[in-house]
Unconditional design. Sequence first.
Lengths: 93, 160
Amino acid sequence: MPAPNGRTSIFRTLGLSGRAIWRIGEEVCRRGGRPLHGRADILAQEITAARLKIEPDDRSSRHANITGWPPEKSEKMSLAQGLAARASLYLRT
Amino acid sequence: MSVGTWAFLRSDYSVSDDGRALREALRSPSDTPVGATFRRRLLDLEQVFEEASSPDWDGYGAAPVSRPSFERAKAFLEALPVTWPSPEISADPDGEITFEWSRGPHMVFAVSIGSGNLVSYAGLFGQNKTSGMETLVDQLPKVVSHNLARLFPRKVQVTS
């Protein structure tokens, strides 16, 4: 689900090892002072197929945001459920 | 913000079968299965409220869960029959509280509750999707019970 600013923070992980991906998550959580519970991997084409956009920003070379969420909460929820169904969830062990 | 509609969801005002069942559940000591189920759900909700009641609780600018949103979510929980499967309870970045039931990633139904009179819902049932908004009146919205029956046909039976 998007933050109040309409963006969902993501990292583009193509070409990274699993270990490198976890390191990104650890760093993000360390800075935020929050525990890392897991990650969800999804192909970019699944996001664009849902008529959402991926917009890179200057936070880091791999950081981007999912944007283009519809205004209605129920439509956001439905899109999020569809993306979750197509994502692979990895829990931190 | 209005919380008036939710007054009708309180157990004292419930007149439906579910409402009567709810009253019995609330009268049950917490060491009975029925009472324990409700207490456990309420504990989950209170924990979510505690963790998400301050601004930016997720580190991405999330809105805090307000007391009126918590009270409305609590009333929704009170209207939910204790014999039905328990939801996962979580906070959303917009400060609403979401109740989600799942039988795997392709069989999901969720209801989101804020401080207003409308609840948002969305469900994924294999290839089929549903979503929309519903006004809360004097009992659990029928769209909630019908979609939970789709998800848990053996555990949730509803009459038309």
